[in-house]
Design a protein around this ligand. Structure first.
Ligand code: NI
Ligand code: MN
Length: 227
């Protein structure tokens, strides 16, 4: 089964796993890096790591139009469900099997207020095991934490890690995260969207590949890779 991972810029992703189309943190409207419009995207599922506007983004209009099932923590699911979209709530440490694979929510060190100021619960990351056993870790917005070592014990094929600094890990801590997670491939995200999170990814790639076994894949917004 082919799994296609696409980066839409910032921390917005798409996954195609078999016939299932999954969006993660679909922030497109107002995203200076986005190469697609929300109205152009189809989805069967939408995964949301936390309530900040640059993550929940266009979730509501896309879910309303496509009837996609929204998956997040309990608090964000309650907020979305009150607005009339279908949801599936989980929480940190909890896993559930969907047609596209087994999804577990992982910790993230960050905030999660929703755009209207509502409480968005704890921010999360996602550990997805596809039906053919590939492991994808989406860290979400987070600082470095030592339990990445435990997540790494799963045998990560692809890790998407924030690297922009200021709001999340910067390059130094993201390198430490790679050492804890030991992924086969890393896609850095959450950088260069705005000047405040500008980073030199070429230098980081060279350093990570010298100090770890991981391959750093620098995507341009709209580019994809096949797992
Ligand atoms: Ni955030
Ligand atoms: Mn963010």
């Amino acid at each position: 089964m082919e799994t296609i991972f696409i980066w839409y810029g910032h921390a917005a992703f798409g996954l195609t796993i078999g016939d299932d189309r999954i969006l993660i943190d679909p922030f497109l409207t107002g995203n200076p890096a986005a190469t697609v419009k929300a109205a152009e995207l189809d989805a069967d599922y939408i995964l949301i790591t936390h309530g900040h506007g640059d993550h929940i983004g266009d979730t509501l209009p896309i879910a309303m139009r496509t009837k996609a099932l929204c998956i997040s923590n309990f608090e964000i699911c309650s907020w979305l469900s009150a607005k009339g979209v279908d949801t599936h709530a989980q929480h940190i440490g909890g896993g559930h099997s969907f047609p596209f694979g087994h999804l577990k929510l992982t910790p993230a060190l960050h905030g999660s207020a929703l755009p209207d100021g509502s409480y968005g619960g704890n921010p999360v990351g996602f550990l997805l095991t596809t039906p053919d056993g590939k492991k994808i870790y989406i860290a979400g917005d987070t600082g470095l934490f030592g339990d990445m070592q435990l997540i790494g014990d799963e045998g990560i094929d692809l890790a998407a890690l924030p690297i922009g600094d200021n709001y999340t890990m910067g390059p130094e801590d993201a390198l430490k995260a790679v050492k804890l997670l030991r992924p086969r491939r890393v896609v850095p995200v959450h950088y260069n969207t705005w000047d405040l999170i500008a980073q030199d990814l070429r230098a980081w790639k060279t350093r990570v590949e010298a100090e770890t076994e991981a391959e750093v894949v620098i995507l341009k917004p709209g580019e994809s890779l096949v797992l």
